[in-house]
Design a protein around this ligand. Structure first.
Ligand SMILES: Nc1ncnc2c1ncn2[C@@H]1O[C@H](COP(=O)(O)OP(=O)(O)OP(=O)(O)O)[C@@H](O)[C@H]1O
Length: 352
């Protein structure tokens, strides 16, 4: 049994999204066969994403007949990220955006981050909504960051997520009027002077619209992709189109569209009612040829959870399940982006 035998067995493992097998795609970084053990490094980039767990499982199954012990590690090919990139210890940065205010972008950010943490991932949540930061309130965190002797900040943790927000630095009731260059400075500090440690995902809650902060985030952070939140109404969707264009101009992949306040889950009668109409987000995703990440119902329990309670994704029930599905879809689509990047990189790099 040598490396070529292993590769030949692995060529039966299909990537669930990229329409080819993992060997042809160049997703096997290295194979080492030694004394009854096969050590494999695979180019998997989205920890705890169901599709990547499936790939790992399929790999083990394909190698089971060898009778060897299998040791798997996941790593992106060296050279994929440039060396001077900021936040090298954060694997994936996901921006959550909306064209319009009040569509539930922060709610989706909190529950997406908490949902990823619940799956086992190491997660940070960065509230970049410097004009209206509300993440700390949503996760009931009044404990701010701790400053170290080196003038860095240790972010507080809540529900398995490391948190950072403008709100920690400015009093909640202070009006914040920032000009563009200040936005840039504050955001850079908030991101770079914070001891995030090693993270699988950093979720960034952007302010609504397409202004200075969004541009700064796009220009300074190596974003893996963006999630766009809309309600089913046409006005919210029209604004979401503007958000899409902004990410398109900066070549940031859009991981998909989430529809919030999709239908009303009535706590009294137990039925669901379409208030803003439903399906608008999905139709929009179809039109734009983008993945649809899921529909979140209008549920009074979300607001109650959002006002200083537990993120609803940590509870039981259909609404929590809707957020779990959303988190899984986002993780899967992060995986698609990363494996596609790895595959393109490997194929364009001549073998040594
Ligand atoms: N699906 C939902 N069901 C019920 N209430 C919701 C839902 N989504 C959000 N909310 C509530 O609506 C309000 C606005 O939500 P949120 O702050 O998440 O919106 P946003 O888009 O981030 O707003 P902003 O424009 O301030 O950034 C909050 O009180 C939140 O709890």
């Amino acid at each position: 049994m040598d490396a070529d035998d292993v590769l030949s067995l692995l060529s039966s493992v299909e990537d669930p999204d990229l329409d080819d097998d993992i060997v042809s795609l160049g997703l096997v970084n290295a194979v080492d066969v030694d004394d009854g053990t096969i050590r494999l490094s695979l180019a998997l980039g989205a920890p705890y994403a169901p599709h990547e767990s499936q790939i790992a499982e399929d790999v083990r199954e394909a190698l089971a007949e060898t009778g060897h012990e299998v040791e798997l590690t996941a790593a992106m090919p060296a050279g994929l990220r440039s060396e001077d990139e900021v936040l090298p210890n954060i694997q994936n940065i996901i921006a959550v955006a909306s064209g319009k205010g009040g569509v539930g972008k922060s709610t989706v950010s909190v529950n997406l981050a908490a949902g990823l943490a619940e799956r086992g991932a190491r997660v940070g949540l960065f509230d970049a909504d410097i004009y209206g930061p509300n993440v700390p309130r949503m996760v009931e965190s009044d404990e701010g960051p701790e400053a170290t002797d080196d003038r860095t900040l240790i972010p507080p943790e809540r529900y398995g997520m490391k948190l950072m927000s403008m709100d920690f630095l400015v009093g909640a009731d202070d009006p914040v009027i920032w000009r563009g260059p200040m936005v840039h400075k504050v955001l850079t500090q908030l991101v770079e002077d914070v001891e995030w440690g090693s993270l699988d995902y950093l979720v960034v809650d952007l302010p609504p619209g397409t202004g200075d902060t969004q541009l700064t985030v796009l220009q300074t952070l190596p974003l893996t992709g963006a999630v766009i939140v809309t309600t089913p109404q046409q006005v919210a969707i029209d604004d979401a189109v503007k958000g899409l264009r902004m990410f398109g101009e900066h070549e940031t992949p859009v991981l998909g569209i989430a529809e919030n306040m999709s239908s009303f889950r009535c706590p009294d009668c137990g039925g669901t009612h379409d208030i803003f109409g439903s399906g608008g987000g999905e139709a929009f995703a179809d039109e734009e040829n983008l993945p649809f990440l899921g529909a979140i119902p209008l549920d009074p329990a979300i607001r109650a959870g959002g006002d200083g309670g537990t993120p609803i994704v940590r509870e039981d029930g259909d609404t929590a399940d809707a957020f779990r599905t959303l988190s899984e879809n986002v993780a899967n689509n992060v995986g698609v982006v990363r494996r596609q990047q790895a595959s393109n990189h490997t194929k364009s790099t001549p073998e040594q």
